[in-house]
Write a protein that binds this ligand. Structure first.
Ligand code: GLA
Length: 375
């Protein structure tokens, strides 16, 4: 009873997040999926979590054409901080790996027209054991991030012992309020729903009004009617990082991820090694068509082993994604305009990824001989 009362009173005292940010889904680069918690700068200086890696990625975004495409955030994930707070209780970076401090790194990015994101974790510790943000430290940490010139906060609630409904439900709204109170506009990404396996209504009530992004899982695909309408300018369903360009991912798998993230109007946050990635326009994460896919907000899904996603675009156009979750062999998928809710007629089609795509008088045939299964 007490818990419900506290959660409700915290929630009601907070107005909806209105920081004016992320009118389109944010784009950028984040360290986690590619570089994890590698802190061994002595033996692996190129790949360890240090200011060098974030400066290098900023250079790549600025110089290789990514920034022009909209990829303008560089986001630090876990393992950036010292194991100890400073004398007055503020988070501080590990000074061996970030000798210039976070404010200097933020200036480096801002000078290049980029934005800096940072990672925090509600609880005593982060997932990797660094100092977390307990409820009494929320205001301090928000102020610290703002004083450094941080533009985006990914707030996790993942430390196993603290991953409780009560703690996370209380902490997220408080951080939203604390960020607003800093006077600096800081984008706010809430990871917590992912640990609940989805976003059931009880979670929506708490999370959606206060976050710019909320993490979603596969649960989303069976519950789109609930979550899809919640997304729009300033507020996005976030299926997490793009891992395009990483080890072991085929070109088809990369294209599949890009197509799906684009049609969902998801944030496009790459986690890969931009130093070694193709700089050409042909890279899946540089497909221009993604820009138009953001234009509108409604999705529909028709399920089989081939999933079909549809999204209306501007000027009476629409986007379709045919996604194969099959793991057997290439497959010829047959559908009709009627099944996809198109009126009869002829349509002009173009394919983003050169997969043969035919519209034959009311029938659509997708040949995926050229793409492997699970793509
Ligand atoms: C969790 C999150 C990851 C990453 C790590 C950092 O596992 O899901 O994205 O932030 O924590 O420890």
């Amino acid at each position: 009873m007490l818990q419900i009362w506290v959660v409700l009173s915290v929630y009601l005292s907070i107005s909806a997040l209105d920081n004016g940010l992320m009118r389109t889904p944010p784009m950028g680069w984040m360290s986690w999926e590619r570089f994890r918690c590698n802190i061994d700068c002595e033996n692996d200086s190129k790949n360890c979590i240090s200011e060098n890696i974030f400066r290098d990625m900023a250079d790549r975004l600025a110089e290789d054409g990514w920034k022009e495409m909209g990829y303008d955030h560089v986001m630090i994930d876990d393992c950036w901080s010292s194991m100890l707070r400073d004398k007055v209780g503020r988070l501080q970076p590990d000074l061996q790996r970030f000798p210039g401090g976070i404010a200097k790194l933020a200036r480096y990015l801002h000078d290049r027209g980029l934005k800096l994101g940072i990672y925090g974790d509600l609880g005593t510790h982060t997932c990797e054991g660094y100092p977390g943000t307990t409820l009494d430290k929320i205001d301090t940490d928000a102020q610290t991030f703002a004083s450094w010139g941080v533009d985006f906060l990914k707030l996790d609630c993942g430390f196993l012992l603290m991953r409780t409904m009560f703690f996370c439900h209380t902490g997220y709204p408080l951080m939203s309020k604390a960020l607003n109170a800093t006077g600096r506009t800081i984008g706010y990404s809430c990871s917590w729903p992912a640990y609940r396996g989805g976003l059931p209504p009880s979670e929506c009530f708490i999370m959606l009004p206060i976050c710019n992004l909320w993490h979603i899982t596969d649960w989303f695909f069976d519950n789109q009617e609930m979550l899809q309408p919640e997304a729009g300018p300033g507020r996005w369903n976030d299926p997490d990082m793009l891992i395009i360009g990483n080890f072991g991912l085929s070109v088809d798998q990369s294209r599949s991820q890009m197509a799906l993230w684009a049609i969902m109007a998801a944030p496009l946050i790459m986690s890969n090694n931009l130093r070694t990635l193709s700089r050409g326009q042909g890279h899946p994460a540089k497909q221009r068509s993604t820009r138009t896919l953001w234009a509108s907000r409604e999705d529909a899904c028709y399920r089989s082993h081939i999933e079909v996603y549809w999204r209306p675009l501007s000027q009476s156009a629409s986007a379709l994604v045919f996604l194969s979750r099959r793991q057997d062999m290439p497959y010829r998928y047959h559908t009709s305009l009627a099944k996809l809710n198109y009126t009869a007629g002829s349509y002009e089609g173009c394919s983003s990824f050169l997969v043969p795509f035919l519209v034959l008088s009311n029938h659509i045939v997708v040949h995926d001989d050229s793409i492997s299964s699970s793509a």
